[in-house]
Design a protein around this ligand. Structure first.
Ligand code: 5CA
Length: 445
């Protein structure tokens, strides 16, 4: 993309309404604009990051054997009356009447709708296990929407639902989700810690939240710092291997890690004092096993191998995709702006032309730009007639992991400058070598 054709409305001033750094930077970098309280338009740069996160979530869910699909944002109230949640959900649910006077709602989550699809189509244990998921906008009429996309009213969520013939198989689905979530966050360059939590209106008593540590987080968390050393890295995971999934879950759930809702000071004190940490965290996902809560209420049954008809065991599993954009910025920024981890960066490299209008510099930048595109490096080329300082400030603000700077002085020696946003380190290389270096960096991502 050429900056001269890109819609990137950068703000010079720090927006007064934004209380936390991610909200400020998302507004300043032209990623989002508020449409109404807690409801945002995603401008091109923000939308690009959102899509990158969505892609990673899809890849990891499909790898775990889960089925992508798409359910609507609007749902019929009747299904929610069947589960009893139409009244229970209270003021957080946005209720709508259509022209025929029928009650609809903007879905805050989808347990009822997916259970309805399941019961109309699946009747035998032979079709299980089954996990269906989608990534769709949700609406919760939060009393205090704040911090930009962190606590929105409309937000983008991955929600998945497992259907299993019995509890052991549903626990395997729970474990599979935990492992796939660990991989998902790790790929996004985040450390998200699974913590024992409370289930709220979703139900059940087996649930973990995934928390990214940040001072601005809304949850108070207590954990053994040993959990920070755990990493999946490049180990291969076989999601059909119940034992492997369970052992990974055991590895991550053995060190103490709980939110304030489930915190137990007496148990916490068994952790050696120097490893006992209290902090704030951003909840970027939550997984639940709730047994037959919805299948009982909505009569979703399957015939077992023995010929009995039993309610299916279910769980639901969510990732806050739009919240993650803010969480990643909270975890990765400096005074000059955002520092995107390579896997989620909106563009992989920025090209800065120090002397726009100079024939040689323009020619070199055009060549680099085209070559970078051909290599799949998705470059953003700042081809505006701005001062070098302004161009650098924009690149730092929007946080592209790498920048190639092209100027007449370097070109005389046949070199450009490759700069890492995170470390600030620069290196002079030929244009070909700079691109080769970037291709190698991005090859494994
Ligand atoms: N049905 C279950 C699992 S799919 C469910 O709804 N879980 S949830 O309530 O925990 O939401 C899943 C994730 O969505 C949360 O972990 C959080 O990251 C994100 N989320 C929840 N509310 C908001 C909100 N108001 N703004 C932004 N993200 C939110």
């Amino acid at each position: 993309m050429r900056m001269s054709r890109y819609f990137l409305p950068i703000l010079k001033e720090t927006p007064a309404e934004a209380q936390i750094v991610s909200h400020r930077l998302m507004l300043r970098a032209g990623m989002i604009r508020q449409a109404a309280a807690g409801i945002y338009s995603w401008l091109p740069l923000g939308f690009k990051v959102l899509r990158r996160l969505e892609d990673i979530v899809h890849q990891e869910q499909i790898r775990a054997g889960h089925n992508p699909m798409l359910m609507p944002t609007l749902q019929s109230a009747d299904l929610w009356r069947e589960s009893g949640r139409y009244d229970d959900y209270g003021e957080e649910m946005l209720r709508i009447k259509d022209r025929h006077g029928r009650d609809l709602l903007y879905g805050p989550t989808n347990e009822e709708l997916i259970t309805d699809i399941f019961r109309n189509n699946v009747h035998s244990y032979k079709d299980l296990p089954l996990t269906l998921y989608h990534i769709q906008w949700k609406f919760r009429d939060e009393i205090r929407p704040r911090f930009g996309v962190m606590r929105g009213r409309e937000f983008f969520m991955k929600d998945g639902y497992n259907f299993d013939v019995d509890k052991p198989s549903a626990i395997q689905a729970y474990n599979r989700h935990m492992v796939s979530y660990l991989r998902t966050y790790e790929r996004m360059g985040l450390k998200a810690i699974p913590m024992r939590a409370a289930s709220g209106p979703i139900g059940g008593d087996n649930t973990h939240e995934f928390l990214v540590l940040a001072d601005t987080g809304e949850s108070e968390v207590f954990y053994d710092s040993a959990i920070l050393d755990l990493k999946l890295g490049d180990r291969t995971v076989d999601y059909d291997d119940w034992g492997q999934c369970e052992s990974i879950v055991t590895e991550w759930t053995t060190p103490y890690a709980r939110t304030d809702e489930t915190h137990d000071q007496a148990v916490f004190e068994n952790v050696p004092e120097e490893r006992r940490k209290t902090s704030r965290g951003i909840e970027v996902g939550q997984i639940f096993y709730f047994g037959t809560k919805y299948s009982d209420a909505m009569n979703a049954k399957v015939v077992t191998q023995d010929g009995d008809r039993v309610p299916v065991h279910m769980g639901s599993h969510g990732i806050g995709v739009s919240r993650l954009v803010g969480a990643i910025i909270e975890a990765s920024h400096d005074d000059n702006g955002i520092i995107w981890p390579e896997a989620v960066a909106p563009f992989r490299v920025g090209i800065v032309n120090l002397k726009q209008g100079d024939e040689e510099a323009d020619g070199a930048c055009d060549g680099l730009y085209k070559a970078a595109m051909a290599l799949g490096l998705d470059p953003l080329y700042d081809d505006r007639s701005e001062r070098a300082g302004a161009k650098f400030a924009t690149m730092d603000l929007i946080g592209l992991p790498w920048r190639i700077t092209v100027g007449p002085r370097g070109l005389k020696n046949g070199v450009v400058e490759l700069t890492c946003r995170k470390t600030g380190e620069s290196e002079e290389l030929t244009p070909e070598l700079a691109l080769q270096r970037l291709s190698e960096i991005y090859a494994g991502i």
